[in-house]
Design a protein around this ligand. Structure first.
Ligand SMILES: *Cc1c(COP(=O)(O)O)cnc(C)c1O
Length: 504
């Protein structure tokens, strides 16, 4: 079976190799780069320099072209299996509203996690059907907004159900609800979550939602889960446990129409798996004092040394993994179900709509972050500390580090950008007054040097890295967000993203 073409990358061709040459990890981790990034960085660096000069550092640049392609890739999987299907973009992964517009343009919806995200999606033209609300904590005013707009509310607990009852009764509107389910059994163990209703308590919970009187306006029409991590087999276990419950709840009078498998669809940031393996081998050697450190002060990235052993788990995203996106989803759907046939067939026979809520993986290839170098200081240790007009919250998730090599765009000197210098090695440090404010913990090498006025570009930051942790400590303004519109080989146009509306 052929799915949508794999993303077009300029694998190992000339402009990309040139771009990578300026800055590499001591153990290289080459980023996957999209055509729009290469066009901007290799062919039109002056445009980027002007944008940073005008809008400040750091600067987030986004493109919605890969976003649409990534959604279509998932849709094609379901189409091939003749499965009713809808993607809901998890908006919390990036605040730029252009992604809402792009999602709606390909019949995807939006998963909103706050009242502000919900209002923003409505302002961009989303209808109630286009939205699903999975906020971890839901205020009455958020519930009111959802009820008024017929937005599906994914309920987490009994108090939320009771608040929703009050809201629906008061506003005399029907409420559409789904239940978030957790605690599935997987390989003899229960999958722990702070979220949702335990799968064993689900029938009792749902029974309380049966219409007791005509004033009861809450309709349970779907089941939902969102698991931590990216394990396909765990999703299989969850779907297997959920399908018989759909039958049971339908038998009890609930009109269950969909099963929503949440997000966590995996992606790869790196071009090559071998580099990923080599990086961890070198890091582990360094941790055991058998090799040179590849991280700042030998930071463990989750590992700790105890005698001559390493304990702990990697506290970083698996920046290279397989399968990803479409192949991962298809692998789940083609798994045999207990009732015979594949999971896809089981879902289809029940006339259920399959839903998912990817954030990170559909933002794959959709953003870069550029920051200006302000100083390069030689530390007494011999390493350089390269100071950026940026802080670590502007490129972070809950991972210890973003293990992808940045790119160096040199300042233009008398029309030339290739200012030759000596090799320099060191670390990118940020503008927060903390010893730990490093932009990346990895030791980097700059074979032809680096100097104030150069730009460091971090590839593929649209999913979470730009916005999830950004803070305004020291009263620094938040980074500006610009939209790149690729005008088919001509000059790229860059304009302010409407995300700027959010900043007072
Ligand atoms: C964060 C979140 C998502 C998106 O997860 P990704 O890992 O970005 O795909 C989807 N659904 C819920 C309920 C979430 O909390």
């Amino acid at each position: 079976m052929t799915l949508v073409q794999a993303p077009q990358t300029y694998r190992s061709n000339e402009p990309i190799e040139t771009l990578r040459r300026g800055c590499r990890g001591m153990q290289p981790l080459d980023a996957r780069l999209e055509p729009w990034m290469v066009d901007l960085l290799a062919n039109q660096p002056a445009l980027l320099r002007e944008a940073v000069a005008r809008y400040g550092s750091p600067l987030n640049l986004i493109s919605t072209t890969p976003f649409v392609r990534n959604i279509r890739e998932l849709q094609a999987v379901a189409e091939n299996r003749q499965l009713p299907f809808r993607v809901f973009f998890a908006h919390k992964a990036n605040k730029c509203p252009e992604f809402i517009d792009a999602a709606l343009s390909v019949h995807a919806g939006v998963d909103v996690a706050s009242e502000q995200e919900c209002r923003q999606a409505l302002r961009r033209g989303a209808s109630g059907e286009d939205l699903t609300c999975t906020a971890a904590v839901k205020s009455s005013s958020l519930l009111e907004l959802c009820v008024e707009n017929r937005i599906t509310i994914v309920l987490d607990n009994l108090d939320e159900l009771n608040t929703l009852r009050h809201v629906a009764t008061r506003s005399r509107c029907d409420a559409l609800a789904a239940l978030r389910v957790s605690g599935f059994r997987h390989r003899e163990q229960k999958l722990y979550s702070r979220f949702g209703i335990d799968v064993e308590e689900l029938p009792d919970f749902a029974a309380q939602m049966l219409h007791r009187d005509t004033a009861d306006r809450i309709h349970l029409h779907g089941l939902h889960f969102h698991l931590d991590g990216y394990c396909a087999a765990q999703r299989v276990s969850a779907i297997r446990e959920l399908l018989p419950l759909v039958d049971q709840l339908r038998g009890e009078g609930h009109l269950i129409q969909f099963v929503d498998i949440g997000g966590g669809i995996p992606m790869s940031y790196l071009n090559e798996g071998e580099q990923w393996i080599a990086f961890w081998a070198a890091h582990q050697d360094a941790m055991l004092h058998r090799g040179e450190p590849v991280t700042y002060r030998n930071h463990g990235l989750g590992l700790t040394r105890f005698d001559d052993q390493l304990l702990g788990e990697r506290n970083v995203y698996p920046f290279y993994q397989s399968p990803t996106r479409a192949d991962w989803l298809d692998k789940i759907l083609q798994t045999a179900s207990r009732g015979g046939g594949t999971l896809a067939e089981q879902i289809r026979e029940r006339e259920l709509e399959l839903r998912c809520e990817p954030g990170r993986s559909i933002l794959d290839g959709c953003g870069i972050t550029a920051a200006r170098v302000e100083f390069c200081k030689r530390h007494a240790s011999g390493d350089y500390l390269i100071g950026l007009a940026m802080n670590h919250t502007q490129c972070r998730t809950s991972s210890d580090d973003f293990l992808v090599d940045p790119l160096l765009i040199r300042r233009a000197v008398e029309g030339k950008s290739d200012v030759g210098q000596e090799n320099m090695e060191g670390y990118l440090v940020g503008s927060y007054c903390m010893e730990s404010d490093l932009i990346s913990l990895r030791k980097l090498s700059f074979p032809r040097g680096v100097a104030p006025g150069d730009l460091i570009v971090i590839p593929n930051t649209a999913g979470y890295l730009m916005h999830f942790m950004e803070s305004r400590s020291h009263q620094f303004p938040l980074a500006a967000n610009l939209l790149c519109i690729d005008e088919k080989g001509t000059v790229m146009r860059i304009g302010a993203s409407a995300a700027e509306e959010l900043i007072p």
